[in-house]
Every structure is written in structure tokens, then in C-alpha cells.
Design a protein around this ligand. Structure first.
Ligand SMILES: Cc1ncc(COP(=O)(O)O)c(C=O)c1O
Length: 293
């Protein structure tokens, strides 16, 4: 595996990535994380990811002593050292190492981990034809439990949902919340299109505020495509004309079918395609600016 790992500034080869078995991130999933893409050796939307990471840590009560600019420069250096331009970057902040007991001791020192590895894109055919997703039985954890708006590494619920989807040969697991409304994928946000209007569940339904989701709102408005947050029951899937999912690694990925049933006519629709092209323009402009071209 081409890549590098860093723990509190100490750099190791990717394969030798390690934390203590007493790290609460390992013991309890007591940590927050971010997944970023880099283009031309620059971490895409670092500010937005750093802001969300800081907010997740604040919600979890994990201290966060690092400065953004210095850390962004560190990531740029790490990518350079790894000779990676197009990379998948993961940042993890764990609460730190302590005794094996549920309640953390006071004054633990958080650990900051970076993993950079070569980015492997999904097959281009998936973007042309759309992906299959599965609406799984497992529900997204409610806001009153571990709030899905916190990007924590306590991901077993999402892991189990992904396993259920994999058994049905689907790329992504869609989940309902405890009220039975659609919320999001195991690692993506969900959008439906009906009569030319883009619909997506509001954050108050219990889902992560995706960085790509926020970009979709921006570019939809710029493209004069109507976009609304709306509570979406399971039936909305049957009545939509188009569907797509978004994430940092998938960007805007059209959805062809859910549980083996075609959504719309089963082909990436015109609104999804327009948003996909607008997203690419947004990203390419950002790359030009970041690389000073
Ligand atoms: C549960 C969940 N929802 C949505 C997303 C999409 O978020 P972003 O666009 O910030 O990558 C992710 C990304 O990993 C996720 O894990």
C-alpha cells in the first residue's frame, strides 16, 4: 500500500500505522474522524473538514489543541513526502490512552492521526449507469443516542448496515431513522429528484451534514435548480424520477436501483447529470486556484 501514516507528527510507512491498544479510539471507538480527497497534492476543502472535525470533538468533549493552518501545511508535506497527488486522507482524533473503564479519566491527551494513501476511484461505468443501493433493515442511530451529526468513529451500526447491503450486492446501504423516514447511506447522503426538484432529508432527521451535501446546495442554487430539505418517507423512493448519493470519495454518484427495483427509469437523469457536471467544474476551479494555475 502506497502511503504514509502519522501519529502526533511522527511519520511511519502506511503498513506500520499503529496506536496503543489502550487508546480509547481502539477500545471504544472514542474518537472523531474526517475523510478528505487531495487533488494535485492539496487537501480538498480542508477548512470545511477541519471545522467539522473540531465540532465533532467539541460535541464529544475531546480536547482539540491544534491550529488549522499548521495542520493543513503538515498534510501538504505528508502528501509530498508520500509522492501522492490524488490521495485519500483520513484524519482521526482519539480521546487518548487511559484505563480500561467506560468513563474517561480527566486530562487525557488526545492523539491526532493522519493516513494518506493512493486514491482508488470507483469504476467510471458506475457513474455512467448508476449504482445499486439497498434499503437495509438496520436503522440509523437516533439523534437522542449517538447523534449522527457527529462524525464519530463509533461506526459499528454503519458497518453492519454495509454488510447487509453487500449481501444484496449493493454498493451502499440506505437507512431509515427510528420514525421510519429515509435519512442517509452508511457513508453517503441521499438525494431524490421529483418533477425537477431536488429533495433531501433535513439534518434534524438524524444524518451527517456532508461536506459534499453542502456543495450540492451551493451548486444547485447557482444552476437555478430548486433544492429543498424535506422529510422523505420510504415511499418517496418509489415515486422519484432520479436519485443520487454524495460523499467526499464518491462525489455525486447516480443511483440506478434500490433493493433490485429501478428508481425512475433506472438511468442517471438530467438533473443528476447537470449537478455532476457542475460539481466537476467547482472542483476543477478549486484545483486551479489551489495549485496556482
Ligand atoms: C454517514 C455518512 N453520511 C454522509 C457522508 C458524506 O459526507 P461527506 O460529503 O462530508 O464526505 C459520510 C461520509 O463518510 C458518512 O459517513
Amino acid at each position: 500500500m502506497k502511503g504514509l501514516f502519522s501519529r502526533n507528527g511522527r511519520v511511519l510507512p502506511y503498513r506500520r500505522a499503529m496506536v496503543s491498544a489502550l487508546d480509547r479510539g481502539f477500545l471504544y471507538g472514542d474518537s472523531a474522524y474526517e475523510t478528505l480527497r487531495s487533488y494535485e497534492g492539496r487537501p480538498f476543502l480542508f477548512r470545511e473538514h477541519w471545522r467539522r472535525l473540531r465540532a465533532s470533538c467539541a460535541r464529544l468533549g475531546i480536547s482539540f489543541p491544534w491550529k488549522r493552518d499548521a495542520q493543513e501545511a503538515f498534510v501538504v508535506g505528508l502528501l509530498k513526502r508520500a509522492r501522492l497527488k490524488s490521495a485519500h486522507v483520513r484524519i482521526i482524533v482519539t480521546r487518548g490512552e487511559g484505563a480500561i473503564r467506560m468513563a474517561p479519566e480527566r486530562g487525557l491527551r488526545p492523539n491526532l492521526l493522519y493516513y494518506v494513501q493512493l486514491f482508488t476511484p470507483l469504476p467510471a461505468s458506475l457513474y455512467r449507469r448508476g449504482a445499486a443501493v439497498a434499503l437495509v433493515g438496520l436503522r440509523r442511530n437516533p439523534i437522542e443516542s449517538l447523534d449522527p451529526r457527529i462524525k464519530s468513529s463509533n461506526l459499528l451500526n454503519n458497518v453492519l448496515a454495509s454488510i447487509q447491503a453487500g449481501r444484496r450486492r449493493a454498493l451502499e446501504a440506505l437507512m431509515l431513522n427510528s420514525a421510519g423516514d429515509l435519512v442517509e447511506g452508511a457513508s453517503s447522503n441521499l438525494f431524490l429528484v421529483r418533477h425537477g426538484v431536488v429533495l433531501t432529508p433535513p439534518l434534524s432527521e438524524g444524518l451527517l451534514g456532508g461536506i459534499t451535501r453542502a456543495i450540492v446546495f451551493r451548486i444547485a442554487r447557482r444552476e437555478k435548480i430548486e433544492i429543498r430539505e424535506r422529510v422523505l418517507g420510504e415511499r418517496a423512493l418509489r415515486h422519484c424520477d432520479e436519485a443520487f448519493i454524495t460523499s467526499t470519495l464518491k462525489e455525486i454518484l447516480p443511483v440506478r436501483s434500490c433493493n433490485g427495483r429501478l428508481l425512475g427509469n433506472g438511468r442517471p437523469g438530467p438533473v443528476t447529470q447537470r449537478l455532476g457536471c457542475a460539481f466537476q467544474r467547482f472542483r476543477d476551479k478549486w484545483i486551479c486556484r489551489a495549485s496556482g494555475r
